[in-house]
Design a protein around this ligand. Structure first.
Ligand SMILES: [Zn+2]
Length: 344
């Protein structure tokens, strides 16, 4: 009576899969004229992928900055709460215990995160307000400059050398005091070092890729990967920037990134930060798509890993590539849960 591979995947997914970067609030805000967007556009796909926890990121497009930044961020949170109330299938969680309770009730736990501190402007007091609204993880910048520092460019060199500002350091210290996970995704190389020097708790990179396979300053070098490992942190692997070459943007190359981080700092430091983005990209007009590709980089979507239901195919491929059951559960679930235990 041997187990089929599908049963094997189901067994490895019994706790679910944790994805620490999903641009959900922006999409809910863009669709604010509709009701039950979670139920119509998202719940089936998330459930088919056995998603247990998703880090859902507040993110502001340039057109809202600076004046509308705070208002749009608050409206994104408002949409999230309204949608969660309407669907009954989700729970916005603030603690590890709330995550566990959501799972017992078969609900998908959402952890509110922030991608770039633009909603704060330069007002540290507002961080407390967002914490009260549920914010539990924060990365300081996207690619652009803000009051905290600069993002790493989608280029091999040229990111600003200034590192974090004094405000950026204050934000990091206040996150540690409140219990908001400090996320090094997107930060410039100089800012990366400043965050590591400022933090005392295990830092994360919610969604990134190894520069070994995609050499841009938005991604991480082997030295940066080791710095996270030395501090007991966790790195989520991004499913969008796996290769600059279309033909190498494959599921296997995604797993190569996982293996690379594992080989450098161990299986307990690598996890998932899919950053599924193709669905938003496809909703844009052609001029918007062209502008995006020009501004950042030509993102090659991975055909077999473009939505949450594809996570079962990822697990199947991890089994085929020889990862043990314990290793796969660490990548999918356990490593992020350990971070939640340490921070939340
Ligand atoms: Zn990002």
């Amino acid at each position: 009576m041997s187990e089929t591979i599908d049963e094997h995947v189901t067994r490895l997914h019994r706790h679910g899969v944790i994805d620490m970067h999903f641009d959900l609030p922006m999409d809910l805000y863009d669709k604010r004229g509709r009701t039950d967007v979670l139920g119509t556009d998202f719940v089936d796909d998330l459930a088919a992928g056995d998603i247990a926890v998703a880090g859902v990121a507040l993110y502001l497009e340039d057109r809202y900055l600076p004046e509308m930044g705070l208002r749009v961020a608050l409206d994104q949170i408002a949409r999230l709460y309204l949608e969660v109330d309407a669907s009954q299938r989700f729970s916005i969680c603030r603690t590890r215990l709330e995550i566990e309770r959501a799972r017992e009730q078969q609900k998908i736990a959402l952890l509110l995160t922030m991608e770039g501190v633009e909603p704060l402007g330069s007002d540290l007091d507002l961080l407390r307000v967002f914490y009260e609204l549920g914010l539990r993880s924060l990365c300081l910048t996207h690619v652009r400059r803000n009051a905290a520092g600069d993002g790493g460019l989608f280029a091999q060199t040229g990111s600003p050398a200034g590192g974090l500002t004094a405000f950026g350091r204050d934000v990091v210290r206040e996150c540690e005091r409140l219990g908001i996970i400090v996320d090094l995704a997107h930060i410039s190389p100089a800012g990366f070092n400043d965050i590591i020097d400022t933090t005392t708790r295990p830092p994360i990179i919610s969604h990134t890729n190894a520069r070994k396979y995609f050499d841009i300053e938005r991604n991480v070098t082997d030295e940066q990967i080791r710095m996270i490992g030395q501090r007991g942190g966790v790195i989520g692997i991004n499913a969008v920037l796996v290769s600059p070459k279309k033909e190498e943007a494959t599921l296997d190359r995604y797993i190569d990134h996982i293996e690379h981080v594992r080989d450098l700092i161990g299986i307990n430091a690598v996890a998932i930060g899919f950053d599924f983005f193709e669905f938003i990209f496809r909703q844009w007009s052609e001029p918007e798509q062209v502008a995006f590709q020009k501004k950042f980089t030509h993102a090659h979507f991975v055909p077999e890993l473009g939505k949450h239901s594809d996570s079962r195919g990822l697990t199947r491929r991890l089994i085929e590539r020889g990862f043990s059951d314990g290793d796969i559960e660490a990548i999918l679930y356990r490593n992020w849960m350990r971070i939640f235990e340490e921070w939340l």
